[in-house]
Write a protein that binds this ligand. Structure first.
Ligand SMILES: [Zn+2]
Length: 214
């Protein structure tokens, strides 16, 4: 049987990350936050803090073409999700701008969503479109962020009906300020307010005005 090697420890492994290395990522004791500034409050889940080794993995996924790693992380997240949270009807990844996706060749959030979808046995819909580039948001004030993000996402009309009243799981790789997620969630609210969002990691700079612990 052909075996790949673990991305971190380089030992032969069935997946791109072995279970021992996955086990070294400590899940957050409180994975749930409420995103309040959408038209209705919705729950955001994050698996772990944005620190090594998860940080290393997510950076390699984003910048070093570690595509299989994205699917593997998604599958592990899927097993965790399935054990604790209500099953969604569909998964929607936070999109990249088309130009950035062409440069990179893939959307890391979509790879995570595809791994999750395999375990949850639900479809991934590219229901959101990103219409403009944004600068790194953590350098901006909360007001500037909202201004920059105005109109950044649009709904793909192809999926509008399909999403009506569905329980949507919105997937991203990292939660930083929460502002991007808030914009994406607001667009999806036109279709359904049954929304949960999930990121693999949460940075500690999450804006306290947007997120409150449950
Ligand atoms: Zn390993």
């Amino acid at each position: 049987m052909w075996l790949r090697r673990c991305h971190l420890c380089q030992r032969p492994a069935a997946e791109a990350l072995c279970l021992t290395c996955w086990g070294q990522i400590v899940p957050l004791a409180e994975p749930q936050h409420v995103l309040r500034h959408t038209p209705w409050p919705h729950v955001h889940l994050a698996y772990a803090a944005y620190e090594p080794p998860l940080k290393t993995l997510l950076l390699d996924l984003k910048y070093r073409q570690a595509r299989v790693l994205g699917l593997t992380l998604g599958r592990y997240l899927g097993q965790w999700y399935r054990a604790h949270w209500p099953l969604p009807d569909v998964l929607v990844p936070v999109p990249l701008h088309p130009q950035r996706q062409r440069e990179r060749g893939y959307n890391q959030a979509e790879l995570l969503a595809r791994g999750l979808a395999e375990v949850l046995d639900r479809p991934v819909l590219r229901a959101l479109q990103r219409q403009k580039h944004t600068p790194p948001l953590y350098t901006l004030s909360p007001e500037e962020r909202q201004q920059v993000l105005q109109g950044v996402f649009a709904l793909n009309p192809r999926w509008q009906r399909r999403l009506a009243q569905q329980r949507i799981l919105l997937v991203d790789d990292i939660l930083t300020t929460g502002a991007t997620l808030l914009q994406a969630a607001t667009i999806l609210a036109d279709c359904s307010q049954k929304l949960i969002s999930l990121s693999a990691a949460r940075a500690l700079i999450a804006d306290p005005l947007i997120f409150n612990r449950i």
